[in-house]
Design a protein around this ligand. Sequence first.
Ligand SMILES: Nc1ncnc2c1ncn2[C@@H]1O[C@H](COP(=O)(O)OP(=O)(O)OP(=O)(O)O)[C@@H](O)[C@H]1O
Length: 722
Amino acid sequence: MRRPERVAKTTAKAKLAGSIPPEFETPKKLARVIAGGGPLTQRANGRDKDKETAPEQQKAAKRVKQEPKQCKPAAPAANKAPARAAAHRPPAAAHQQPVKVEKQPMPVAEPAEDAGEVAEEDEENLHPVPQKVTVGGSPVYVVDKRLGKGGFGQVYLGKRLPRRNVPASRASPVAIKFEHKTSKGCVAGGPPYEWSVYAALGDVYGVPKLLYKGQCGDFFVMIMDLLGPSLWDIWSLKGQRIHQKHAACMAVEALSILQKIHAKGWVHGDVKPENFLMGPAESDRASRLWLVDLGLATKWRDRTMQHVKYEQRPDDFRGTVRYASVHAHLGRVASRRDDLESLAYTLIFLLEGRLPWQGYQGENKGLYVCKKKMGTSTEELCRGLHKAFKEFAEAAMSLRFEDEPRYEAYQALFEPILYGATSSEKPISIDPSLKVGQKRGRAELDWEEEGDGTARKRLRQGMHSQQWITVYNKHVVMKQRYHYNVATARLDVHVRKGLTDGLQISSVACTGDLWALIMDAGSGLGSQVYKLAAGQFLPKEWIMEQWDRGFYISSVAGSQFGDSLTVMSKGTRFTQQSYKVSDIFPFEWIKKKWREGFHISAMATGGHPGRQPNAYPQPAVCPWQWAIVMSRTTGYADQVVELDFAYPSEGIHKRWDIGYRITAAAATPDQAAFALSLPRRPAAMDEAQETLRTSTFPSSHVKEKWDKNLYISAVAFGRTVP
Ligand SMILES: Nc1ncnc2c1ncn2[C@@H]1O[C@H](COP(=O)(O)OP(=O)(O)OP(=O)(O)O)[C@@H](O)[C@H]1O
């Protein structure tokens, strides 16, 4: 089946970066990361399958939050919130280290997976809070019992110091949040980042009022409205499940609060049951809902009222793994859609008692959770629940980066649940301006239409779809030839014939253990060598030998059994090369090489010999490997990576619009990765680029593309949307 995709615009201008010195240095460490340059050879044995020839003269990036342990219901002791994150571990592995300096002062993303109660107690003993506090002209407050603790701060009940003539009972108690000056929430020893967000959002409906702030000894102190139990506490006390009417109330009110926060230009960034608090018990605000913890909030709109720019840093995760949106897992800049996806997970968690991705542990927890989120259909996620929850989840997950959520329409989905509900069935008071539950509203969402008239739902169908992804670039008329479903034994026959005909290998790919080979006369490459290495991904010694002889890796592919096909060429523009093989997409290493002036010049995926690459759900040990080849002097001024669990990705279209073009692609059954590059000289890049995804190799489509002077520039087989 053919799925035409969008053609990239042709007007983009490249922004030029400083030139990279064409030095050739000998690498110091050779742990699968090597440099170098040698002759042709290679064997293979051999039978053809398919082959076509174009007519010769044819027209041409924290914070990671701890999740409360679900097995233990909250202690019945009054005001003791459930244990939350305490210990923040330093980055465990090099690939997880935070890299770039933030544009605005914000806490740094950091992994903190298995925080424990011991660390929580340590923190309390390590930095005991003062017994009395006065900051910013506030009255003196006596610090009473602890109400809660997060990864950054500790919150205590504050009672006003009794004064002569004023009975203590008349002074309202407050909540006092202490953040030690060494806390990760404090920017360079200065006040917590959260303060600046409170300053911007202080008056917003559903956000607690900040009464006073200031420094007291080594602590930054915020004195704010005292609130009551969190939705997590309520869920725990109600037997770890809540009623649908209750959840519908929460949904409507939470949407109202998020709408108001978003209207101020902010995204909350950490929507979860622990951050929704009710008013204090037995007060007139007891049934109101509030959203606390603004420490991860970011702006979705800049000062000029423009939406912030789309960006993806695959290793920059902020939030709480259990409730984070898939976009947050993938390191995409936060936008309004992320809060809504997290709200959908929050509601489903409160109703069902758990989410399907709970229980993963270990270094790649985030990756597995994200894969599971992508692989779980909304049908499965909301089975047995009122359809409003599924429809809301679908709507949230279908939002694009800049889309304005349709809050009122989502609220209306919950109307049928609340219609006629008694006040005891609606334990959360709803924004009076909403009139929810008083009259029946629209229960169906009107979906916007795509250009082809289909509803713009981006459903997670929970099924695997693997397809051929082919990328086409405009090129002057040239001869191009492709072979696919080529058995290892037949590869050499094709390569030799192509070389005899004056063609060079320009791309390679693999599906299962059958190879695809693209050869053409337009690559500008000199002599070539290739190696088919059985059970080796990649053949390190051979690559080093060829580097010594002046060859550079020009294309690479891997089979599901860990065999690899590496093509090395002379006549490339490269002056230095490195490669890395890794179980997870090695974004940290890529960023390091970018800083050294390298760019991705080839990518491949391959199975681990002996593992079952197509097993699903996938085992704890990753069955797939990535091979990333990076080179110096590629002619690119800039490069970005788009990594997704579903292709086509919105990010690719956004990058096309500003002049980037896909220059390398690779995919596993779960993820597709694309390197998009901005040419140093705009004219050097073919102007037009198109992509196709097809369930079989697109042999007939290729000929149509050739008729339009579009030639295959990259090919991969793997994850796409169905
Ligand atoms: N205004 C308040 N009134 C009563 N309790 C509060 C208030 N604010 C916070 N709490 C309690 O303290 C806990 C920690 O607060 P908060 O989430 O602001 O801290 P944090 O260190 O930023 O946490 P996190 O690690 O989630 O970012 C909350 O979950 C809640 O139980």
